[in-house]
Ligand binder design. Structure first.
Ligand code: SAH
Length: 660
């Protein structure tokens, strides 16, 4: 029994009524009559909010979502009865419309307010829903799945897909990064080196989308099962039209497509389906550091349009799973409209969806780094859950190892100078094989065994002189330089009673930009990190002028490798390109351990292990990042299945709680 209920709050003439399912009528102790109600949500009543903002897609006006929100209301609020039926989420739009033809509204998914989640409903099935039982056939094939493919868009050097694969394999799903796209040639090169079996495309994602569209037009036009179709249009080859006479068309299925002229060798082979589409569309238009952002219409900003392109590709390829990452500001700027847009697109495309924030520090890194992650899953699949943190975010006393590196170190490869002392060092130094990294195909690939990219951005002579004068103490920064005073208003200024000290070059020791940054209130210019600190976030630049990036007791900024470790990249992961580009790739990446935790959650969903499990989060196994267990797993993966099972069983006592 479903009743439409008059809007009680924010009542407006043009706003539609609320809709709810009445679960009980009762009389209160005050003698008044009430009803208890479980609410349905229209898309605009959910976190998606104002659907009118998004012109390039619409929601079916008949579609609502069943929530678990319940409360009691005055009987007077009831306006009228409406007919709402439940519809199988797996039906296509046309079939849904048919099933719901004589109903006022229909629902096919639930909506959970606190987790911004749209998901299949496992209970509440009624007779008219058109829900069939082929779901079971699906379950079996996916439950048995041990392999899957990823397309990584805006792939950068590969933090996201690398982590996803590393995590999934622990849950028994081997994901192969089959395709990746990035326009930056250095990032492309890094990706290629670390993933030689991936088809890595060095182009704009929007061009890649055009290519896909072009390809589909070709498919529609020329793929015919039988070759007697006289209406086939002429095929254009090299600009010339070739009439395909009766009986001439022999293409049965397009399996490969080339892009560009004969000189470009890059080819795209979409021989399999994309199981997982992941990506971090760039977000410069959104970043809190960007003062020129368009606050009122963020989707009009070219730098945010990539999210539209990303969703267009989802719409085109219809992968089983989608994972989109972005800065947390996507949920803040302009009322979070870009984040709402992304979620709205997925829901309108009939994906189950879940949106949330994750903090890298919670997965074992001395870096805070909060990012938004949005999951999407086809209605035939199980929507992944978020993995619960394994670590407290504030780390005290965990001292990173001190390697003495000079400001002008330029070697890309050096030897490890000390043995790994901490669990983190042992973990991050694991070889490709031990990490269960299949990017080179079948657990192969060089195991490096060297310290890569442990070189800093070389400071210029002036900055080097300045940095040498910053004391080796917690919290030190430019304010510790000679001549700097701090007023009661916490504004730094130069002592007017002494002559401002100069560098050898004649330039001031304390540069004006340091004194004026954040109106003199910032502690960041030439700031030193300290051993027991967690960095807020790893940035894409390495200049010490407006961020805390100096090594605790050396006269240099953090090296590319130190940043890579803060981001959880295994030590064997190599970056390519000029040094500034390497910092950029590392700073842009999804922290590998976060993606790894998500990969585990993805694999569990893919194999339907979390189906029907009502917990909103999953717990990662205690042995998830345990070095001894990782080594055992690696050995087990190369021995037979029986030996593996035995070894894993025997080793389980080694696993730690993971909570440190
Ligand atoms: N997810 C990646 C990092 C992505 S950073 C990781 O985890 O490592 C965003 C990337 O998008 C950058 O590498 C940038 O070169 C790329 N990019 C920006 N605009 C693009 C476009 N229009 N097409 C393709 N790549 C683009």
């Amino acid at each position: 029994m479903t009743w439409r209920v008059r809007r009680m709050r924010n009542a407006g003439e043009n706003l539609p009524d609320y809709i709810g399912r009445i679960t009980e009528f009762f009389e209160g102790v005050d003698g008044r009559r009430y009803f208890a109600c479980r609410w349905f949500f229209r898309p605009q009543d959910t976190v998606i909010s104002n659907t009118k903002l998004f012109k390039d897609h619409t929601h079916d006006p008949k579609r609502v979502f069943l929530s678990d929100e319940r409360n009691d209301n005055d009987l007077d609020c009831i306006v009228s009865k409406v007919k709402i039926i439940q519809v199988d989420p797996k039906l296509d739009q046309e079939a849904k419309a048919q099933v719901a033809a004589d109903a006022d509204l229909y629902f096919d998914m639930s909506y959970t307010v606190p987790y911004s989640t749209f998901e299949n409903i496992t209970l509440d099935i009624n007779e008219n829903s058109g829900i069939s039982f082929d779901a079971e056939a699906n379950s079996e094939s996916d439950a048995a799945a041990t392999k899957a493919t990823i397309l990584d868009l805006y792939s950068g050097c590969g933090g996201m897909s690398t982590g996803l694969c590393l995590g999934a394999v622990i849950a028994g799903l081997q994901i192969e990064t089959r395709w990746a796209v990035d326009l930056n040639t250095n990032a492309w090169e890094s990706f290629k080196y670390n993933h030689p079996i991936t088809e890595v495309r060095n182009e704009k994602v929007e061009d890649f989308l055009l290519l896909l569209q072009e390809w589909s037009v070709l498919c529609d036009k020329y793929i015919h099962k039988h070759n007697d179709d006289a209406s086939a249009s002429p095929l254009k080859v090299g600009g010339e039209e070739h009439e395909l006479g009766k009986g001439k068309l022999v293409i049965d299925k397009l399996t490969a497509i080339c892009y560009g002229g004969a000189k470009r060798e890059k080819c795209i082979y979409f021989k399999g389906d994309v199981d997982v589409l992941c990506g971090g569309p760039p977000c410069q238009g959104l970043s809190g550091n960007n003062r020129h952002r368009k606050c009122d219409k963020p989707l009009d900003d070219d730098k945010n349009r990539q999210i539209v392109t990303f969703m267009d590709i989802v719409s085109f390829l219809k992968p089983k799973y989608v994972l989109m990452e972005n800065v947390a500001d996507i949920l803040k700027l302009n009322g979070g409209s870009v984040g709402r847009y992304a979620l709205s697109r997925l829901v309108a495309l009939n994906y189950q969806s879940r949106m949330g924030l994750m903090v890298a520090g919670c997965y074992g890194l001395p870096q805070f780094r909060m990012r938004m992650f949005l999951w999407g899953a086809l209605p035939t699949m199980v929507l992944p859950k978020y993995p619960l943190p394994t670590h407290d975010v504030v780390v005290h006393g965990g001292a990173p190892s001190a390697f003495s590196v000079s400001n002008d170190e330029t070697a890309d490869e050096t030897m490890y100078s000390v043995k790994a002392e901490t669990e983190f060092q042992r973990y991050i130094r694991l070889s490709r094989k031990e990490m269960l990294d299949y990017s080179f195909g079948d657990n192969k690939g060089p195991s490096e065994g060297m310290l890569l990219d442990h070189r800093p951005l070389k400071l210029n002579k002036d900055d080097y002189e300045r940095v040498k004068q910053i004391p080796h103490q917690k919290g030190a920064n430019f304010r510790n330089l000679t001549g700097v005073k701090v007023g009661q208003d916490n504004v730094a200024y130069m002592d007017p009673t002494v002559k401002p000290p100069c560098l050898e070059s004649g330039k001031p020791l304390v540069p004006y930009y340091a004194l004026s940054f954040m109106h003199g209130k910032s502690l960041k210019p030439f700031g030193r990190l300290w051993w027991d600190e967690t960095v807020p976030t790893v940035f894409t630049r390495a200049e010490p002028h407006n961020q805390i990036i100096l090594h605790p007791d050396q006269a240099r900024v953090l090296t590319v490798r130190e940043n890579a470790r803060l981001q959880g990249f295994p030590d064997y992961y190599r970056m390519y390109g000029p040094i500034k580009e390497r910092y950029m790739q590392v700073g842009n990446a999804v922290a590998v351990p976060v993606a790894r935790a998500l990969g585990y959650a993805l694999a569990q969903a893919f194999q339907r292990k979390t189906e029907g499990n009502n917990n909103l989060m999953i717990v990662l196994p205690g042995s998830f990042s345990d070095v001894a267990m990782m080594r055992v797993r690696a050995r087990a993966s190369s021995s037979g299945a029986e030996a593996a099972a035995k070894e894993l069983e025997g080793a389980s006592y080694l696993s730690s709680s993971g909570n440190n």
